[in-house]
Design a protein around this ligand. Sequence first.
Ligand SMILES: [Zn+2]
Ligand SMILES: [Zn+2]
Length: 339
Amino acid sequence: MPIMKIPVNVHKRLPPSWVQCFQKFKGCHAGQKLDGLAKLKQYFRYFGYINISSINFTDNFDDDLELALKTYQLNFNLNTTGELDEPTLKHIVRPRCGVADIINGSSSMNSGKSSSKSSFHLHTVSHYSFFPYAPRWPANKRELTYAFSPENQLSDSVKVVFSRAFDRWSVVIPLNFTETSSFYSADIRIAFFSGDHGDGEPFDGALGTLAHAFSPPNGRFHLDNDENWMIDTEITPSQSAFDLESVAVHEIGHLLGLGHSSIEEAIMYPSISPGMRKVALAGDDIQGIQVLYGSNPNYNGSTASSTQERETSGSGDLVLGPLWGLTLLSAIGLISLVL
Ligand SMILES: [Zn+2]
Ligand SMILES: [Zn+2]
C-alpha cells in the first residue's frame, strides 16, 4: 500500500517472529542451551556482532554468543554482563535500522572506543563512526540528486518529508540535494519495499528493521513498507507509528558515509521507538559528517552541542528530557504488550 494511504487509523500488526521468540531467553547465560538461541546468534551476525560464516548455529550459549552480547551491551551503554538480562533483551527487541553496527569485523560505536567506559567524568569523546575505509561522495560531486521509485507513487506530502531530511544535512556540510524524476540515473534512489527485494537484505515485516541505506557512492535507500509510517507526528503525535522524517534523517547519514553512534541522542543511534521524533542533528553527527565533507561555509553552529557536553562515559548516564522519558516509557509499554 502506498504510504500516502497510511496511517489514518493506525492498526496493530503482529511483531516479527524473532521478537516473540527472544523474550524466553531472560536470564540465559554462558553454558546453557535453549531452543532458539541459534536465532539470536543469527540476529547478532546480521548486525555484525558474530563474524562467523556458519549457517548452522547451535542453541548453545557459547563463547561467541557471550562475546557478541558483551560487545552489544557496550555499544548500547548497557551493563556488560554477558547475560541476557532484561534491559538487554528489551533493547534487542527495539525497532532499529537494518545497517549493521559492526561491518566486516571493524569495530564501531562504543566497542571501538577503548576509553569510553573507563572514566566517569564529563567528556567530549566522539562516538560517530564511518563505514570501513570511510567512503564518501567524491570531492567534485557537491550536487547530489535523489529520486523516488515510480512504483511507490508517493504523494508530495511524503516527498517533502525527505526534502526536509536532506536539508538537515546540507545545512552543516557543503552538499546540496535536488529531487529528480529520473529514478535510475539519480545519485540517491529511495524506495519502499516489503520483504525480500533483491539486495540480500530482506525486510522483516512490522517492527524489527525499519530501513537501510548503502554507503557512498551506492545511493540505495530502502524503507520497510510494512511499517506504520507517520509523516506529521509534530502535529498528530502517534505512539504506534514511526516518524518517517526521523528515520530518513538517519538513513541519509548512511548514504553520506556515517555509521552508527552509541550516543542515544545522536541521529546515528541505531534504534528508534514508535512515536519518537528525532530529526535534529546532534553534535556527534555534525562532527562526524564534517570530518568527511568539511563545514558548510554558511553554517555558524558549534559542533560542541549541549548533547555532547552532557554525555558521560558511564552506562545509562544520558540525561533524558521529558519527551524522551515519555517515548521510552511508551516503547517499553509497547514491547511489554507485544511480548
Ligand atoms: Zn542506521
Ligand atoms: Zn534494501
